[in-house]
Design a protein around this ligand. Structure first.
Ligand code: 5RP
Length: 225
C-alpha cells in the first residue's frame, strides 16, 4: 500500500471513534483530510466540529459539516489528529502543518486524543523530525540561541521566500538535532521560555490511542490514557 492509501485507511477507521450526537475535534494535515472526507458520510449524525486550522475549517465547510468556535462549546468527547512522530507512550511531535497551537488547544479541550498516522510516524524516541515551535517573531534570535544551548539547530520556516505566517500571525522555528529523552520535561521547559507560543511536543496532551496504518491493516495502539 502507498502512504496515501495508509492515510485513507486510518482516516476511515477513525470514524469508529466519533461519538454520534457529539461535536468532534478535528486536527490538520493530509491524514486528517482523509478523515474529514470520511466524516462527510456521517455529517447528519453529529452537530459539527471544532477545527484546528483555517485549512481544516474550509474543508469541513465545503463538505457541509458545521464548524463551531472553540469558545462556543464545552468539553469535547474526542479529538482526531495526525502526527509527525509518535512514540510508544503516545507522546507526539506535531506542527509539520504549522497548526500546532490550535491543535494543542482543541486537544486540551477534548477528553481523548485519537492519533491517526501511517507506520512511518512510529519512533523509539522523539526528535528525528525537527520539532516545530510557534514563536513571537521578536524572540526569534534569542530562541535560536536557547535551542543551540540544548544542542538543537533552529531555523525559521519559510514560504515563498518569506517567513511562514501561521493562522495566529506568528512564525515557526523548526529545531533539528534534539534528543528528547523526557518529552514531558522538554515540553514544560520550552513552554516557559519568553516568546514561545507553543512547542510541538505533545506530552501533556498525548494520544490515548493511535490508529496506525500498516501494510497488514490498521493496528491500534492503546496508551491507556
Ligand atoms: C499539522 C500537524 C499534522 O498533524 C502533522 O504534520 C501530520 O501531518 P500529515 O498527516 O500530513 O502527515 O501537526 O500541524
Amino acid at each position: 500500500m502507498t502512504q496515501d492509501e495508509l492515510k485513507t485507511l486510518v482516516g476511515q477507521a477513525a470514524l469508529a471513534h466519533v461519538v454520534p450526537g457529539e461535536i468532534v475535534g478535528v486536527g490538520t494535515g493530509s491524514t486528517v483530510n482523509k478523515f474529514i472526507d470520511a466524516l462527510a458520510g456521517m455529517r447528519d449524525r453529529i452537530p459539527g466540529a471544532v477545527s484546528s486550522s483555517v485549512a481544516s475549517t474550509e474543508r469541513l465547510r465545503a463538505l457541509g459539516i458545521r464548524v463551531f468556535d472553540a469558545n462556543e462549546v464545552g468539553e469535547l468527547a474526542v479529538y482526531i489528529d495526525g502526527a509527525d512522530e509518535i512514540d510508544g507512550r503516545g507522546c507526539m511531535v506535531k506542527g509539520g502543518g504549522a497548526a500546532l497551537t490550535r491543535e494543542k488547544i482543541v486537544a486540551a479541550q477534548s477528553r481523548r486524543f485519537v492519533c491517526i498516522a501511517d507506520e512511518s510516524k512510529l519512533v523509539q524516541a522523539l526528535g528525528r523530525f525537527p520539532v516545530p515551535v510557534e514563536v513571537i517573531p521578536m524572540a526569534t534570535a534569542h530562541l535560536v540561541r536557547q535551542f543551540a544551548a540544548l544542542g538543537g539547530q533552529a531555523t525559521v520556516r519559510m514560504q515563498d521566500g518569506a517567513p511562514l505566517v501561521t493562522d495566529n500571525g506568528q512564525h515557526i522555528l523548526d529545531v533539528a538535532g534534539l534528543s528528547i529523552a523526557d518529552p514531558l520535561a522538554f515540553e514544560s521547559q520550552v513552554n516557559q521560555w519568553p516568546g514561545v507560543v507553543t512547542v510541538g511536543v505533545f506530552a501533556h496532551q498525548k494520544a490515548a490511542v493511535c490508529l496506525l496504518g500498516t501494510a497488514a491493516g490498521v493496528r491500534t495502539l492503546d496508551f491507556g490514557a
